[in-house]
Design a protein around this ligand. Sequence first.
Ligand SMILES: Cc1cc2nc3c(=O)[nH]c(=O)nc-3n(C[C@H](O)[C@H](O)[C@H](O)COP(=O)(O)O)c2cc1C
Length: 334
Amino acid sequence: MLKPLTIGSLSLQHNVVLAPLAGITNLPFRLICRQAGASLAYTEMVSVNGLVREGIKTLALLKSSLGDRPLGIQLFGDKPDDLAEAARMIEGYGDLLDINMGCPVRKVVGTGAGSALLQEPLKIAAILRAVRAATTLPLTIKIRSGWHCGDNVFREVGRIAESEGCDAITLHPRSRSLMFSGQADWIQLKEMKEALSIPVLGSGDLFTPEDCLRMLRETGCDGIMIARGALGNPWIFRQVRELQASGSYTPATTAERADTILEHLNLFIAERGEAIAVREIKKHIGWYAKGFVGASEIRRAANSAVSVQDIQKLTEKIRSAPDNAGHIPDDHAK
Ligand SMILES: Cc1cc2nc3c(=O)[nH]c(=O)nc-3n(C[C@H](O)[C@H](O)[C@H](O)COP(=O)(O)O)c2cc1C
């Protein structure tokens, strides 16, 4: 089930990738997930308005490094000409261009972008035609199944994507109206895969290595995108490969957790300086502590941390805690 994946001119070692996550998939987190085995990572979604109107300032959001490849750049916007101009601007910054057509949040749909586009298939076609003509990068879109439950425009959008020259499509099979409630409907992934000849990637409710292999097996989709399941749990990328190879996987040890938090902290420091690094890593420690014996005490200590030394002391506490039965997500961060 895990196998190499080709998206246009981009060849990936395997088909388990890190999803775009606004506010989360910045350079430090991408590097942490790549080390654990993600074959592709995406930037946070970047505003086309920002790129076209503010230029260099917004391009700073695309900061990457040599170890951060291959990199997908995700844009959101709703005007074909602006999207095409943005596509030209980002050409040298990444290896693939994805257009967000699934984001459900009011701030984005209120501008006509994200999942609001699912109500306007003709506009989707115009966007893809303009962008396809503007870039030679592999071009993909990421969608939800529709705006309302049951409208299921994903099939129509999939056909448009294929005929307008998209190289792959990712489906998160929930409607916009569901936001993150209920369960993702994986049957829609199977339908999408059967209807298209371009690669289909699946997203939705991948919280364990078992979920990942089950999605690949049950839907036949070409690849999967791990999102909330990677928060505080980058090891899921190595575990899914272990599970396929040997039928089992090693849980993350407390030493591995402590080392990863320190490494993540240091990547933030290098990127943004100590003050912002402490603020950012505190959010991630909340996730790294999920399913961990003493999680609430760790979260409390993280919340009151004010310095790099406080975080370092906290990781030593984690390191010396007994290993428990691995990472058992106790809730799903939204
Ligand atoms: C905090 C958060 C931020 C997200 N940001 C983005 C984003 O910027 N672009 C995007 O296409 N999807 C975004 N998503 C959706 C995820 O990529 C993914 O499709 C969704 O969470 C379903 O997968 P999961 O159930 O495995 O988490 C976001 C989801 C969450 C929870």
